[in-house]
Ligand binder design. Structure first.
Ligand code: FE2
Length: 119
C-alpha cells in the first residue's frame, strides 16, 4: 500500500465532527434516522414492485403514482443517509431485513390494485 496516495486511505474520524451536539446525541439521532432509512427503503422497493405489477382499470394512475412514490423515496433516502454521515456515523449497508420488501400475505401476482394500495 506504500504506492497508494494518502488521499485514497482517508478515514472519517469522530473528532472531525463539530456540530455542537454530543457524540451520544449524534449516535441516537443516527440510529433513529437509520431505522427511518430502512423503512423508507423497504417502502421504496415495495412501491417499485407494485409499479411493475399493478393490473386492472387503475393500472395507469397507480403505475404513475407508485413511480412518483419510489422516486420521491429514493431522493429522501439519499438525504437521510447523507445526514447520518454528516453526524459522524456510517450509513446503513445491511440488507438483513430484505424479506420485508416482499408484499405481505400473498404472492404479488395474486394482489389486486386495492391490495397494493392498502399495503
Ligand atoms: Fe417504470
Amino acid at each position: 500500500m506504500s504506492n497508494v496516495s494518502p488521499i485514497m486511505n482517508a478515514k472519517s474520524t469522530s473528532e472531525d465532527i463539530n456540530t455542537g451536539l454530543t457524540e451520544g446525541f449524534r449516535n441516537d439521532i443516527s440510529k433513529t434516522l437509520s431505522e427511518i432509512l430502512g423503512a423508507s427503503y423497504r417502502l421504496m422497493v415495495k412501491s417499485h414492485i407494485y409499479h411493475w405489477n399493478v393490473v386492472g382499470p387503475l393500472f395507469k394512475p397507480l403505475h404513475e403514482l407508485t413511480e412518483e412514490h419510489y422516486k420521491d423515496l429514493f431522493e429522501a433516502i439519499d438525504v437521510i443517509a447523507e445526514r447520518v454521515r454528516a453526524l459522524g456515523n456510517i450509513a446503513p449497508y445491511s440488507v438483513e431485513n430484505a424479506s420485508e420488501f416482499a408484499p405481505a400475505g400473498k404472492e404479488v401476482e395474486n394482489l389486486t390494485a386495492h391490495d397494493m394500495v392498502a399495503d
